[in-house]
Design a protein around this ligand. Structure first.
Ligand code: SF4
Ligand code: SF4
Length: 236
């Protein structure tokens, strides 16, 4: 019947001897066993936060943007934001006006809401430029919700500090047998509109519609002089 204690003693149960019934010798035997293990066994734990854990290269810590020569490698294609399951990434593109730049576009601002990020690595997976990668940083604390929105100032990390992850990605992507060896090349993913003079010529001769679709004249919306994250008051 439910709620009524049931006696589970059986006929064949071993009888405790005198010392076992005292319990104390058994307790000391247990303590001696623990003490032996404390002295002899290697330590598997660390004294966090005084002693920090160094994760392996395959670890997925917070996502960061790769910075090269003081600028983000990102071409602002928006793929990572589309792939991000919790929609943690937002960005605003702007055109690169430097004619010598290999990039057509770059992010005017780029933000990751770290309260939403689930460290899935999809952004890293889809990025055609290896411009966003998972770092080894796992020790994140915030004092408010606004602090958890990381802008470019906190996302950009020089590529020299990310070589372990970048090398790991190259190795992991080269594990398919009989496949072409994969290697990130900066010139692989240049935006087709880099050759704007061709578009201009085409728009003047054969395809006038390109003027409206590919030769935008309006200025980028966001402030192009800062890499800072967007403030919550911006209505972009
Ligand atoms: S790791 Fe996943 S959740 Fe975090 S920003 Fe990248 S895609 Fe989004
Ligand atoms: S997928 Fe890569 S290149 Fe495209 S916007 Fe994201 S970080 Fe930039």
């Amino acid at each position: 019947m439910p709620g009524v204690p049931k006696n589970t003693k059986t006929e064949n149960e071993r009888k405790l001897n005198f010392w076992e019934r005292l319990y104390l010798p058994e307790i000391f035997k247990g303590l001696a066993y623990s003490f032996r293990k404390m002295v002899k066994e290697p330590t598997y734990t660390t004294e966090y936060p005084d002693e920090l854990w160094e994760p392996p290269d395959s670890y997925r810590g917070r996502p960061v943007l790769v910075e090269e020569e003081g600028k983000p490698r990102c071409v602002s294609c928006n793929l990572c934001a589309k792939a991000c399951p919790p929609m943690a990434i937002s960005m605003q593109s702007r055109e690169v006006e430097d004619p010598n730049s290999s990039k057509e576009r770059e992010p005017a601002w780029f933000e990751i809401n770290m309260l939403r990020c689930i460290y899935c690595g999809f952004c890293e997976e889809v990025c055609p430029e290896e411009a966003i990668v998972m770092s080894k940083e796992y020790d994140l604390t915030f004092q408010g919700r606004d602090e958890a929105i990381f802008g470019m100032d906190r996302l950009l990390v020089p590529s020299e500090r990310l070589t372990e992850r970048l090398d790991y990605l190259e190795e992991a992507r080269n594990q398919q047998e009989n496949a072409e060896p994969w290697q990130h090349r900066k010139d692989n993913n240049l935006h087709s509109l880099r050759d704007r003079h061709i578009v201009r010529e085409l728009s003047e001769t054969q395809m006038p519609a390109l003027k409206n679709t590919h030769l935008r004249s309006e200025k980028p919306i966001a402030d192009k002089n800062t890499w800072k994250g967007r403030s919550s008051s911006d209505d972009v």
